[in-house]
Design a protein around this ligand. Structure first.
Ligand code: F6R
Length: 357
């Protein structure tokens, strides 16, 4: 029930601090350490490459997941859009492990890949929010998201749950294989939960941003580098699907290779600055669009902020910034949709689970 909330989407956005805490509890062993089923860890240790298969928002979470497995666990990862992979399969490594990321566990595009990879005899894991769903039943192993039912068509808390579970999975797999990991994920995810709460508590500010930047715009761009690029893709998708404003997410450096032609006087450009190593580069990209008339909305991380930034995100571990950077983008999309009298929970042309290929 959405109770006192005007929309499920807002309720689900606000549930996100607890979703992160719930995941920490669900994946804790008797000793209070983060843990994952030993058979699943064995499958990861045996594999020479991970293939992440997903669609839409889950694909965007998969991109972040690739980063985690490559950086923390040290295993090569490919991320594929399920509707492409099944019909144009890349050359596979010798010992592939397939990881299906699907909130509903029912997405037909992802299921057809599962059916094909199983027929080839490869091991499969489904990361899903729905125990007993088709992809969960059909895969060898399941990791649950523990996000609670997601009713709004636009995915919010399932995305953060996917990113958190993938971070946890990569972290536990790294430790299991004897790699040294120089941070305490349990502690860092606790900090993330509090940071998300701070952002949710500042939702009036996001409403103002939606008003300032998206009241009359026909389009909007989202830019970032590294992890911020992946969050830009997801931020743009959220805005498109519920407000119908044309939006695109880009790698900061890529805009100038063509799309910058679309920048006009006042075009909103949401720019994420959470990654220290590329913060100068992304700020350079912001200058490029501003020189063409763009209206930049810079969201930077505490410690990296500069004068003129529109919002400063509470500081979290650099690997975990997607979990906080997405929150204002979800809220901005929500308020932009309200501003346009859109049906926030049930956007036109969309269904919660897409069971046709
Ligand atoms: C976006 C959205 C969709 C889904 C996609 C995959 O807000 O909800 O893009 O992410 O249809 O669905 P699942 O994760 O259920 O496989």
């Amino acid at each position: 029930e959405k109770g006192m909330y005007p929309h499920y989407m807002l309720k689900e956005i606000e549930e996100q601090p607890n979703v992160v805490r719930k995941i920490l509890q669900a994946y804790e062993n008797e000793k209070g350490e983060l843990a994952i089923d030993a058979e699943i860890l064995q499958a990861v240790n045996y594999a020479d490459r991970l293939y992440i298969i997903a669609a839409g928002t889950s694909y965007h979470a998969g991109l972040v997941g690739k980063y985690y497995f490559e950086k923390i666990t040290g295993i090569p990862v490919e991320v594929h859009i399920s509707s492409e992979f099944g019909y144009n399969m890349p050359l596979l490594s010798k010992k592939p492990l397939f990881l299906f990321i699907t909130q509903s566990g029912e997405t037909a595009d992802s299921r057809q890949v599962l059916v094909k990879t199983k027929a080839l005899g490869y091991p499969t894991i489904t990361v899903t929010n729905v125990a007993g769903s088709t992809l969960s039943r059909e895969a060898d192993y399941t990791l649950l998201l523990h996000a609670g039912p997601e009713i709004a068509v636009a995915s919010t808390k399932a995305y953060t749950a996917q990113v958190a579970v993938l971070a946890l999975f990569a972290y536990v797999a790294a430790k299991d294989s004897g790699k040294t990991v120089d941070f305490d994920l349990k502690k860092e995810l606790g900090i993330v939960a509090n940071a998300i709460q701070t952002l949710v508590d500042s939702k009036e500010e996001m409403e103002k941003i939606a008003h300032e930047f998206l009241e009359v715009s026909r389009n909007a761009f989202y830019i970032g580098r590294n992890l911020d690029f992946y969050v830009s893709l997801e931020g743009a998708l959220k805005l498109k699907e519920i407000s119908y404003i044309q939006a695109e997410g880009f790698a900061g450096g890529e805009l100038k290779h063509g799309t910058i032609a679309l920048i006009e006087e006042g075009t909103p450009v949401f720019s994420l600055v959470t990654q220290k190593a590329v913060s100068l580069n992304i700020r350079g990209n912001v200058k490029e669009v501003v020189a063409r008339g763009a209206n930049p909305c810079i969201l930077s991380m505490e410690g990296m902020e500069e004068e003129g930034d529109r919002y400063v995100l509470p500081k979290v571990h650099p690997y975990l910034t997607p979990l906080v950077a997405i929150i204002p983008l979800q809220l901005i999309s929500y308020y932009a949709a309200l501003q346009r009298d859109c049906d926030v929970d049930k956007p036109r042309n969309l269904a919660k689970s897409v069971t046709v290929e």
